[in-house]
Design a protein around this ligand. Structure first.
Ligand code: 5GP
Length: 124
């Protein structure tokens, strides 16, 4: 599956594409040429940020090996954010939900960053 440029509304229209295009508001905490990061509208922890590539694949299953950097950049940006915000040493969780059983609801790949509480007792 080809990536869908968020800048082109004709090609892609997930809710995250609309945030990238500034058509709907979001609390954006980071952006560069490759990705955007914003606070989750329904936070599951004191810190809950979504890292979203501008070139969107629907699910992790759709990312080809030769575009693995799309996923790698999300993880690197999350770690950088954790360090900058001062909770990297205490720890945090990053995860990607995939399809129905994974609980995915938005079909534009994204990495969840959760922090600010002990997460190890809540693996559900
Ligand atoms: P998924 O369930 O697909 O892994 O994660 C989608 C996430 O996007 C959910 O945690 C949900 O709360 C969040 N979300 C859905 N719509 C919006 C929105 O319009 N704005 C923001 N900031 N987050 C959203």
């Amino acid at each position: 599956m080809k990536p869908t440029p968020a800048s082109d509304p004709a090609m892609s229209d997930s809710i995250f594409d609309r945030i990238i295009r500034r058509e709907i508001p979001a609390d954006i905490v980071y952006e560069d040429e490759h990705l955007i990061a914003f606070k989750d509208i329904s936070p599951q922890a004191p810190v809950h940020v979504l890292f979203v590539p501008k070139q969107g694949y629907a699910t992790l299953n759709d990312v080809p090996e030769d575009d693995a950097l799309v996923v790698g950049r999300l993880a690197m940006a999350a770690a950088k954010y954790a360090k900058a915000q001062g909770f990297a040493e205490n720890g945090y969780r990053v995860l990607m939900n995939v399809n129905r059983d994974g609980g995915q609801t938005v079909f534009h790949i994204h990495l969840h960053l959760l922090a600010g509480r002990a997460l190890y007792a809540h693996f559900g």
